[in-house]
Design a protein around this ligand. Structure first.
Ligand code: AMP
Length: 982
């Protein structure tokens, strides 16, 4: 035991003071620094530290008590009086516990040599610290040279005198570190070379990044790396969470977590709360891990248990496969409402209103089921495949269908079924409404007439009665001179009638119409017959008969297409109204009066000195408060075009189109804008857009016209490509021709007749519109080639009108030919992408547009006639109307297609050879359905040979025109099997 030198001894008590006070903050710091793991702490050693000191007279272990009477181990050395000191103090083996870098914190006091009286110059004020790495925990002696020096430690503060005042004792704290340790542990050593030191405490520790949870990922306690390297750590998702992006963080050398990357998210049915995933409460759900919070169950669904990832639908409600779990549960719709049937002979148009209850969905469609019934409606059988549905039978999205090719004089039960996306999930039968209809057939030809002094006999051919159908005819006549004031209606079941009691030598006007169980037809054409001045017999007078036949023939058109359609609802069978002859319409009886055709002439409003007067003369002023604007439907040259409603006093509300003049207009613009109304207001024809009136007394200035639900014809046709029968197309063309005949009769030249300037209403009636351009073309040579859309109407304009501005009804006929081409090609651009200059050149060189696909020869011929170079050689509009009427009466004439010989590629022609489904579809220009065919399993040609229409529907080939094309091509393939390389 070394003797304590007297000057140091008293300090021991002070140490204990000092130690206690000095370590107070350190203790708390130690608690505070949770990222430090202590490997050795001399202060907390209860017994002997067991360190090795040599030589024996060097370092000495001393136990002292701190203020709390807890023994403390310290080492001292103070051999300052003797030279050549080399005193070593070595700790026991310190296991490094995986740490690569450890820190050594030492606390010591050191006596200032100068303060010691009589000490030699060998007195030191520093000591050295070493380490030695070893796997051996019980190593005996370690050679000095084997130690690695950590540092020479000097006191920041040494003390100079022994005093009881604690202020003189200075405790030094130094921290050093050693890196890149690799063995199991190490020994620390303190070398004294002649100083007076008390080593109060030695603490060895390493740093770690403590266990932490971040972004729902848990990162474990992680020992920091050697040197200053970062340690990459992969986090583990906490309970009920899953990786959204692999969570990672870096543990830095000083025990801090850095750079969090990735995250975990709570699984469906759980939401994040305070670094944990908590289950959703009953009544709420969380469908996807990426949703942040649990949300309340959507309407008509509930969750009774915790942690629901979806809410189940209430009874009677469903969710379609494609529905999001966040959407309310829905149910099938109620039945369609207010069904209306319009029978036109063997064609029935059904219209209905949407179901009152949509079931909460927007994807309502309709299916039609057709059954043919016995006379008493007791036995009904499915209609079979002969009946056709336009646009289709199943999956209709519009509330209208046309059913064609029914048998005449038969009863049908037609069921309109409403469905939506959950109908298939519901066990209940589908809501439906049933409509019973009876088909008919009407007058076809008038045969003969006979006249006498006071009687006239008419005979005509009526509908086929073989089905036991009852037909009644109404013959209406009046004296021509008396006009409509006095007319008589006679009825007969026979198709011959003698009208007696007539005045001799007087001209009478007759109309005939038929009535079948399907309803009344409209009146046929008129016939004017004069009674003879004296008795004479004129049976079968060839001239008379011809006149009668021709005259009534005009009416046949109406009888074929209009009969019965008006009876049930007042609505029309699709295209029917388009075929009405306006002149005939004017002959109809209205409230006991016959409306006679006027022989008005168009007056150019620009000839008025005061253009406002023209507006007052031709257009009715409407009170703006009676107009309700609802939505914007288009843009006109002068401003927006809107749809809305108009309620005129004492009349029912009607839908109207409202064109308004945008603000900031000039006087000229106002005049030009209103000139359209002044022109339109002069016309009164079913195929000319009707002017309701104008608003000029307040702003904005407006023009109100009837509303045309299907908008402009070109857009409409493009939207319904291939969906109409050729008869329907001819019906539309007939309507336009009829409107143009009316205009040309009035002496009005349109100058911008084009499909874009034809409007279509919900009954497919086409009406000529756009009467604003003519003036612009006439006045402004620059504007001659512009239309409102900024397009040049060259493609629609005749050569003489382009060349020297010779605009006449004959140039309108040229344009009409182009409209015909547009209609038959479903809105194709005339001359496609050819430039205007090329078009002019090509026309000059005799080129004419070829027949569009599936165009009947007769229609193309009519187009070519309209495009005769000499305007005198072009047909007049009345001839065009007559030609189209004839075609409607004899649809067989439309059968020969112009391009059947051109279409070499058509698989129905013998030249055609295909070997794959792709080639076949490409050849018939149905290549867009390749995907549909292959995903339905039709990969070889032989597999398509017996394909049915329902299969096509299933494959989403829903356009009637396309179905027809594919099926007729399949027929072709079948009939020329030898050419098909299957
Ligand atoms: P416009 O200025 O006459 O060329 O009209 C511009 C657009 O508004 C047309 O292309 C149609 O789409 C629409 N439009 C004009 N008038 C009517 C109408 N009476 N009914 C429905 N849409 C119309």
């Amino acid at each position: 035991m070394a003797l304590l030198v007297p000057w140091i001894y008293p300090s021991l008590f002070l140490f204990s003071h000092l130690l206690f006070r000095a370590f107070q903050p350190c203790e708390s710091l130690r608690n505070y620094l949770e990222n430090e793991v202590t490997l050795l702490d001399s202060m907390s050693a209860l017994g002997d530290l067991g360190w090795e000191a040599y030589p024996a007279e060097g370092w000495e272990e001393i136990s002292v008590m701190d203020e709390r009477n807890i023994p403390m181990r310290t080492y001292q050395v103070c051999n300052v009086m003797e030279a050549n000191q080399n005193n070593w103090l070595r700790t026991r083996h310190i296991a490094r516990e995986g740490a690569q870098r450890v820190y050594i914190e030492i606390k010591f006091t050191l006596r200032d040599c100068n303060s010691l009286p009589g000490v030699p110059g060998t007195c030191k004020e520093t000591f050295n610290m070493f380490y030695y790495e070893s796997n051996n925990a019980n190593q005996w002696h370690i050679k000095e040279s084997n130690y690695v020096k950590i540092d020479t430690i000097a006191a920041d503060e040494s003390f100079t005198q022994v005093d009881v005042g604690d202020r003189v004792m200075k405790l030094n704290t130094e921290v050093r570190d050693i890196s890149n340790l690799s063995k199991k542990g190490f020994y620390l050593a303190f070398q004294d070379l002649g100083a007076c030191i008390a080593l109060v405490s030695v603490r060895v520790f390493y740093k770690k990044c403590p266990l932490t949870v971040l972004n729902l990922a848990q990162f474990p306690d992680t020992v920091t790396g050697g040197d200053s390297a970062l340690v990459e750590v992969r986090g583990v998702c906490v309970n009920a969470s899953e990786e959204f992006e692999a969570p990672r963080m870096y543990c830095s050398a000083d025990g801090g977590w850095l750079v969090p990357i990735g995250r975990c998210v709570c699984q469906p049915g759980y939401e994040e709360q305070m670094d944990m995933c908590q289950p959703c409460k009953p009544g709420s759900y969380k469908a996807s891990a990426t949703d942040t919070y649990c949300t309340k169950c959507p309407p008509h669904s509930s969750s009774h248990l915790e942690r629901a990832s979806e809410c189940l639908c209430e009874k009677g409600f469903h969710r379609a496969e494609s529905d999001q779990r966040s959407t309310p549960c829905t149910r099938p719709p109620s039945a369609p409402e207010s069904p209306i049937s319009t029978v036109n002979e063997t064609c029935v148009t059904l219209e209905w209103s949407s179901p009152r209850d949509s079931g909460g969905r927007g994807d309502i469609t309709y299916n039609i089921h057709c059954r043919k019934c016995s006379g008493d409606n007791k036995k009904c059988m499915p209609c079979g495949s002969g009946v056709h549905f336009v646009p289709r039978q199943f999956g209709l999205s519009a509330t209208m269908v046309m059913i064609t090719d029914l048998q005449p004089h038969s009863n049908y039960s037609l069921t309109i079924e409403s469905l939506n996306g959950v109908s298939d999930l519901s066990p209940s039968p589908r809501a439906a409404v049933v409509v019973n209809v009876t088909t008919s057939q009407t007058v076809s030809v008038v045969l003969k007439e006979r006249r006498s002094k006071d009687s006239i006999t008419l005979a005509w051919q009526g509908p086929d009665r073989s089905n036991g159908v009852t037909v009644e005819y109404e013959v209406t006549y009046y004296e021509k001179n008396q006009r409509e004031q006095n007319y008589t209606v006679l009825k007969t079941r026979s198709n011959v009638m003698t009208v007696d009691g007539l005045k001799p030598g007087t001209t009478y006007v007759f109309h005939v119409r038929a009535r079948t169980p399907g309803g009344h037809g409209t009146y046929g054409g008129t016939i004017e017959l004069e009674t003879s001045h004296e008795d004479m017999l004129a049976i079968g007078d060839p001239n008379q008969s011809t006149i009668l036949a021709v005259s009534i023939a005009g009416g046949i058109l109406l009888l074929i297409f209009l009969v019965t359609c008006f009876v049930v609802s007042g609505r029309h069978c699709g295209y029917i109204k388009a075929k009405q002859d306006p002149d005939e319409e004017k002959m109809q009886f209205q409230h006991g009066r016959v409306k006679l055709p006027g022989s008005k002439t168009y007056i150019d409003p620009h000839t008025y000195e005061d253009p406002n007067k023209a507006v007052r003369d031709f257009a009715k002023e409407i009170d703006a408060s009676t107009i309700r604007i609802e939505r914007v439907i288009g843009a006109g040259e002068f401003g927006e075009v809107c749809s809305g409603r108009l309620r005129l006093q004492g009349k029912r509300e009607i839908y109207v189109a409202i064109k308004s003049l945008k603000a900031g207009y000039s006087d000229k613009q106002r005049r030009d804008f209103l000139s359209e109304a002044s022109i339109m207001g002069q016309f009164d024809h079913p195929n000319i857009i009707r002017l309701e009136g104008v608003v000029t007394r307040c702003k904005p200035v407006m023009i109100i016209t009837e509303f045309m639900e299907n908008g402009s014809l070109d857009t409409f046709l493009k939207k319904h490509d291939g969906q109409f029968t050729v008869i329907q197309l001819v019906g539309m063309l007939r309507g336009i021709a009829s409107g143009m005949k009316y205009l040309s009769d009035m002496g009005y030249v349109h100058r911008d007749l084009a499909a874009r300037n034809i409007l279509v209403n919900s009954n497919l009636v086409c009406k000529v519109s756009d009467f604003g351009l003519s003036r612009v073309l006439e006045d402004d040579p620059e504007a001659a080639y512009t239309t409102r859309g900024g397009k040049i109407p060259i493609r629609w304009t005749s050569p003489e009108a382009i060349a020297y501005r010779k605009f006449t009804s004959a140039s309108d006929v040229w344009s009409y030919g182009i409209v015909m081409w547009e209609v038959v090609s479903y809105g194709e651009r005339p001359y496609w992408e050819m430039s205007n200059q090329d078009v002019i050149k090509a026309i000059d060189e005799g080129y004419r547009l070829p027949a569009p696909m599936d165009c009947p020869v007769v229609l193309h011929q009519l187009m070519l006639d309209c495009w005769e170079n000499g305007r005198g050689e072009r047909p007049k509009f009345d001839q065009i109307v007559t030609t189209l009427d004839e075609l409607i009466r004899n649809p067989a004439k439309l059968q020969e297609l112009a391009n059947s010989s051109i279409c070499r590629e058509d698989p129905t022609t013998p030249e055609f050879t295909v070997s794959t489904v792709e080639e076949w579809l490409e050849a018939i220009k149905m290549g867009q359905y390749q995907e549909n065919f292959s995903s339905a399993g039709y990969v070889t040609l032989d597999s398509v040979l017996y394909i049915s229409i329902s299969e096509l529907v299933r494959m989403n080939v829903t356009l009637a025109g396309h179905q027809k094309k594919i099926l007729s091509s399949v027929q072709g393939l079948l009939s020329q099997g030898a050419h098909v390389q299957v």
